[in-house]
Design a protein around this ligand. Structure first.
Ligand code: BES
Ligand code: MN
Ligand code: ZN
Length: 492
């Protein structure tokens, strides 16, 4: 889909023309030419319908006389919309266009916000987010199932400002697309080596990529991560991606992702039904990779590092057993009680490595870590755990602003004690109670004194319902949240 902004509007020759209408139902000044061209059809429709511009309402005029476009959609902007409303409106209009088979969507925007250029950019961003498809494996897709909208033009007075505002947002959406792509890909296509190759491609944008193979990780003593991958015929990797867009010698902010490209549970095998969903278990790393693409793509003025631990958790003659004791890079030993609690083992070494190697000023990890977080928070918030109130607050604020929300859960010594093992420094599960919290406590044992936050995104990486800005499937959750956090906190 091609997106453009312009001040002057040529009446569209086909497809949809969408016009914003303020509550009260008056025709905005810029729409007068449309009204005239249609012989007053738009003002007649406004006068003769209940629709009066209320937020969320719309009115469609089909095949308006005197005009070449297929339909005019009047959309209500109420008494003015907020940023997230504009995003979802953009998504909804493109969805409507695709539903009708329109090739062109033109939007006429001259009411509903003080800063119309920003609103125009937000609509375009929402449109792009909503237009995403992962359909490469359908060989028999019918024409009427394919997205039809090829061009989106937004007509707004300050078009140059809108264009300028949209440029970095388009880079962020590119990052979201990359996340959605790698999370959607099947596990025979995306596995540790191929996901590492995706990271490597970010070099084109100026990201410095370093890939550690099993031999190098063994040398560093990453027994926790390596134990998870040892039952797989596919080699494990740990990849770091650096974007140095900030001042030289300034400590970076670090993002660490769980990249279990398929989680069978290992010897503690998961039940068969639904196991295919565990291709999304690299969602945390997918978000980190998309975020690095977004930051590099918009040339963010920040030093940021993304680290992903890439493994496949398989049962096998050589797989790790319940009862095994592994030694992590930190030197702490872990008794494995359940080979399905593997994400924390991968992160233990990835977090330790990140602190040793990059001395970050803050570290945020993302992981589809526990099923329990879905029981707690459903699909509306990621679970947030932190050792630092300021960092937790910054992420909550960025969550509200981006619409990718987080909810903080408690941590504490009493939870930490549940990890006590009879034969090693800790065991890798805490029991049925507070499963997401004990997982976070486990991770915290691998944090030195760096401000740290953990986002459990098990309920967020994938959606089973279409939403205006994210079609069902991989959501790309976290890219826009963390991009916002970076711009608010580290670029301000
Ligand atoms: N990848 C899963 C968590 C998960 C479950 C994500 C469902 C998305 C949907 C993780 O590796 C896991 O298996 N966790 C176990 C932990 C348990 C063994 C302590 C879980 O949540 O059941
Ligand atoms: Mn698991
Ligand atoms: Zn897992």
């Amino acid at each position: 889909m091609k997106i453009s902004f312009s001040e002057k509007m040529d009446l569209p020759k086909s497809g949809m023309l969408a016009i914003g209408i303020e509550e009260g139902g008056h025709l905005p000044p810029a729409a007068r030419t449309v009204d005239e061209a249609s012989g007053g059809a738009v003002s007649r429709a406004l006068a003769g319908n209940r629709f009066n511009g209320k937020k969320g309402d719309s009115l469609t005029l089909v095949a308006p006389a005197g005009m070449e476009c297929a339909r005019i959609v009047l959309f209500g902007v109420g008494k003015g919309l907020q940023q997230l409303d504009w995003l979802s409106l953009g998504g909804k209009l493109v969805k409507a266009g695709n539903g009708a088979g329109d090739k062109q969507v033109a939007i006429l925007l001259d009411c509903g916000a003080e800063d119309l250029a920003a609103a125009a950019s937000d609509m375009a961003e929402g449109a792009m987010l909503g237009a995403y498809r992962f359909d490469k494996y359908f060989t028999k897709q019918k024409a009427d199932e394919k997205p039809s909208v090829k061009t989106l033009s937004v007509h707004v007075a300050a078009a140059a400002d809108a264009r300028k505002a949209f440029k970095p947002r388009a880079a962020v959406v590119d990052g979201v697309y990359l996340t959605r792509d790698v999370v959607s890909e099947p596990p025979n296509v995306i596995y540790p080596e191929t996901l590492a190759n995706v990271c490597k491609e970010l070099e084109e944008l100026g990201v410095k990529v370093d890939i550690l193979n099993e031999k190098k990780m063994a040398k560093l003593g990453m027994g926790a991560l390596l134990g998870v991958g040892q039952g797989s015929v596919r080699e494990s990797f740990l990849v770091s991606m650096r974007w140095d867009g900030g001042a030289k010698n300034k400590a970076p902010v670090a993002f660490v992702g769980k990249g279990v490209t398929f989680d069978t549970g290992g010897i503690s095998l998961k039940p068969g039904p639904g196991m295919e969903e565990m291709k999304w278990d690299m969602g945390g790393s997918g978000t980190v990779i998309g975020l690095m693409k977004a930051l590099a793509g918009r040339k963010a003025k920040v030093n940021a590092v993304g680290v992903v631990g890439l493994v496949e958790n398989m049962p096998d003659g050589n797989a790790q057993r319940p009862g095994d004791v592994v030694t992590s890079m930190s030197g702490q030993t872990i008794e494995i009680h359940n080979t399905d609690a593997e994400g924390r083992l991968v992160l233990a070494d990835a977090l330790w490595y990140t602190q040793q190697e990059f001395k970050p000023k803050a570290i945020i990890d993302l992981a589809t870590l526990t099923g329990a977080i879905i029981i707690s928070l459903g699909h509306e918030h990621a679970g947030l755990f932190a050792n630092d109130d300021a960092l937790a607050e910054q992420l909550s604020v960025a969550g509200k602003a981006s619409g990718e929300e987080v909810w903080r859960l408690p941590m504490g010594d009493a939870y930490d004690k549940l990890l006590t093992s009879d034969c090693a420094d800790m065991k890798n599960i805490g029991g049925r109670a507070a499963g997401s919290i004990t997982a976070a406590q486990f991770l915290q044992r691998f944090i030195k004194d760096t401000p740290w936050a953990h986002l459990d995104i098990a309920g967020m990486a994938w959606g089973s319902k279409d939403k205006p800005t994210s079609p069902k499937g991989a959501t790309g959750y976290g890219v826009r949240l963390l991009d916002r956090y970076v711009s608010d906190v580290h670029e301000a």
